[in-house]
Design a protein. Structure first.
Length: 429
């Protein structure tokens, strides 16, 4: 019992601290419940206002383009073929389909409805996916968080500017987040088939969730990899191998995107290109320099991911911090990650907050500086997302980078704290 109490104190369980330093459990619970109710009311008000404010966006980019693709696909047209010269009006956005075939297969049924109805269904579905993903993430933490704390996390997330941008552009980022969260949880619970199916669905829809397979590889969860590969292969065959081969991969199309979307991008490549363009006299930086700088930064991100995955234990907080880092890494490395995909940072916010709180209430001076530094960096990013006065803070990349660095610092502190815990508990899942 003494050994267990010592561990609980090390990991920061408030119940073991001096009663004079903390409110009684009843008062603390009531305060959390009251805060959860207030934040929920505010979050619902903000969300409803956003849905109403963006209701007209069914005729605008990106939803209009998705609906156009789905409609033409159901009509039997080849949406992967480039438009002929003169086919597009000046100023009209490109409509070359640049998503995997499974994406349009999943979206096409919405085009059976009128566009405004389909837009409403899509928006509400994404909000539901986001709330469910965050609920699953928060409830995975051991020992489990109380319901009020989980509600507080979700309510705060719904008020972030990245969620606003997701609704503005009709993006499907929460669906991808949910697929990866379910895969991670199922893998931890010893259900490799379900984990593989969920990760394969996310990969079929958007490709880059497949990068999470490297995380499972380093964690030596081999069965998850086999199931993912099998389900992905079945999905490719079911949606048509010929369609996958016709996906546009032209250099011209990618260059146009990189050069024109840097304002809303949070990936390293477009931002490095934009920075280079601002310094270059001709307005177009040499691609060799852009690629070299991007590769150096990418290698740094990957090195941190490999270190974190190899060093972290399998307890829920350690593994959750690593999982959060991998999601941020995907956003940074993927060349076509936009503002709305900052919602993939939410697991890192949750796990870093819980780890920082438990470490700070452990009653020990160690590892104070690391926890404070990491919490400050992540807190700055959260504050920027929540402050309405800064809705167009630039660059988006900075928020992802600061969160990545802050989460890494907190993970390092958590690993150091775990090394002082009894061996039988360090291996606890």
């Amino acid at each position: 019992m003494r050994r267990q109490a010592d561990l609980r104190a090390r990991l920061g369980y408030p119940a073991l601290m001096s009663r004079s330093m903390l409110p009684t459990p009843t008062v603390a619970s009531l305060l959390r419940i009251a805060l959860a109710i207030v934040l929920t009311i505010v979050a619902l008000k903000v969300t409803v206002r956003r849905l109403d404010h963006f209701a007209w966006r069914y005729n605008s980019y990106d939803f209009d383009q998705l609906f156009d693709w789905g409609t033409r696909y159901r009509a039997g047209q080849d949406i992967w073929s480039p438009h002929q010269e003169g086919e597009l009006r000046p100023g009209e956005p490109r409509r070359i389909y640049n998503q995997p075939p499974a994406f349009v297969e999943a979206f096409a049924p919405l085009t059976l409805l009128d566009k405004p109805t389909a837009h409403w269904i899509s928006q509400i579905a994404q909000l539901a996916f986001l709330a469910l993903a965050l609920w699953l993430v928060a409830r995975q933490i051991d020992p489990p968080l109380d319901t009020a704390t989980v509600v507080i996390f979700i309510a705060l997330a719904l008020m972030f500017q990245s969620v606003r941008k997701m609704l503005f552009n009709g993006q499907l980022s929460p669906l991808l987040l949910l697929s990866m969260v379910i895969a991670w949880i199922c893998a931890r619970r010893g259900r490799p088939a379900a984990a593989g199916l969920s990760l394969a669905i996310g990969t079929l829809v958007k490709l880059y969730p497949g990068a999470l397979a490297v995380y499972f590889l380093l964690r030596k969860r081999w069965s998850v990899l086999w199931w993912t590969g099998g389900f992905f292969l079945v999905g490719v065959v079911a949606t048509g191998i010929d369609k996958w081969l016709r996906m546009p991969l032209s250099h011209e199309y990618d260059l146009w995107l990189v050069a024109h979307v840097s304002k809303n991008s949070i990936a390293l490549l477009p931002n490095v290109y934009a920075w280079g363009a601002s310094l270059a006299k001709g307005g177009a930086p040499p691609w060799i320099a852009v690629i070299a700088v991007t590769l150096i930064l990418d290698i740094g991100v990957v090195a941190v991911l490999f270190w974190a995955t190899s060093r972290a234990a399998n307890d829920s907080v350690s593994d959750g911090l690593v999982f959060g880092l991998w999601l941020i890494g995907m956003v940074l490395v993927s060349p076509l990650a936009y503002w709305s995909e900052l919602v993939l940072l939410f697991p890192a916010y949750i796990f870093a907050s819980v780890a920082a709180w438990r470490l700070s209430t452990s009653g020990r001076a160690f590892p104070g500086l690391g926890v404070v530094a990491g919490a400050i960096l992540i807190g700055i990013c959260a504050a920027i997302e929540l402050i309405k006065a800064l809705p167009y803070f630039q660059p988006r990349l900075l928020a992802a980078l600061l969160t990545f660095i802050g989460t890494t610092i907190i993970l390092r502190s958590w690993i150091d704290a775990e090394s002082l815990a009894p061996a039988d508990v360090r291996t606890r899942s």
